[in-house]
Ligand binder design. Structure first.
Ligand SMILES: NC(=O)c1ccc[n+]([C@@H]2O[C@H](COP(=O)([O-])OP(=O)(O)OC[C@H]3O[C@@H](n4cnc5c(N)ncnc54)[C@H](OP(=O)(O)O)[C@@H]3O)[C@@H](O)[C@H]2O)c1
Length: 252
């Protein structure tokens, strides 16, 4: 029996990258996984992968910055599978470039806050009430090492939005704990997703490795295992924590 046997688990932003790895691992652990994103082709590839290895998955499309679309997705999940037991609010990304504050555009600020902080807020706002009412639920949110300490390579809007997700996580953990709902956060350093493998030049990857006491960059599976720990009974008495998945590059 898997660690998430028969639980309904929604992983937002699971058409690729970290979210896809979390979805694959959760399905391997027996969850009925809901894949989410906007790219239907990418979602169907992840779904086929999961089904090929005997897992269960379904896919839904929604813009995670729009509450009406999240609510419609929740309705569809409840119709197809029943209520969500485990929510990983992973969708997001760095939608701005590192640089001086004065060169940061208002548009990149708003896109980063909207695509990370507001998206996480709206996702929790949609799924938390049902979890509290049923007194069953587990939420994992996604921060970043960029939000754990100041760094010249961190885009300020992204770092600030992710730092706010940490406090959002902890305030919700405080409110939801009495309802048997745990809420925790994962904060990864640079992860070798498909996107980063292509985007980061090899010499920069080698330089980044040197910043990690564990001398390698993280993989999507490293993050997935941390998310599984927080989402499963293995962490049954843990709530409101921010778990650094950073090869020792962040120690708090
Ligand atoms: N990769 C890293 O090094 C790293 C480090 C620290 C934290 N993180 C965080 O980890 C999470 C996943 O990162 P990743 O690198 O795996 O990202 P990724 O490969 O770019 O994938 C992002 C996922 O989020 C979805 N998404 C983004 N905005 C969305 C929106 N408005 N509506 C619906 N779906 C949306 C994308 O869907 P579609 O592509 O289908 O549209 C995709 O599935 C993010 O929150 C990121 O900030 C990543």
């Amino acid at each position: 029996m898997g660690a998430l046997q028969d639980q309904v688990a929604l992983v937002t932003g699971s058409s690729r990258g970290i979210g896809a790895a979390i979805a694959r691992l959760f399905a391997h652990e027996g969850a009925r996984v809901v894949l989410h994103g906007r790219d239907e082709l990418a979602m169907s590839a992840v779904q086929a992968d999961i089904e090929r290895t005997g897992g269960r998955a379904t896919s839904l499309r929604a813009d995670i910055t729009k509450f009406a679309e999240i609510e419609a997705m929740r309705g569809e999940i409840e119709k197809r599978l029943g209520p969500v037991d485990v929510l990983v609010a992973n969708a997001g990304g760095s939608f701005s470039r590192p640089g001086p504050l004065e060169d940061t555009t208002e548009e990149s600020w708003r896109t980063s806050v909207d695509g990370n902080l507001t998206a996480t807020f709206l996702t929790l706002k949609s799924f938390l009430p049902g979890m509290k009412a049923r007194r069953v639920g587990n939420i994992v949110t996604m921060s970043s090492a960029a939000a754990r300490r100041p760094h010249a390579a961190s885009p300020i809007p992204y770092a600030a939005a992710k730092a706010a997700i940490q406090m959002l996580t902890q305030d919700v953990a405080l409110q939801a704990g009495p309802f048997n709902v745990r809420v925790n956060c994962v904060a990864p350093e640079t992860i070798l997703t498909e996107g980063n493998i292509q985007r980061i030049p090899d010499p920069q990857k080698a330089a980044l490795v040197e910043l990690h006491p564990i001398r390698r960059l993280g993989t999507p599976d490293d993050v997935a295992r941390a998310a599984l720990f927080l989402a499963s009974e293995a962490s049954g008495w843990i709530t409101g924590v921010v778990l650094d998945v950073a090869g020792g590059a962040v120690m708090t």
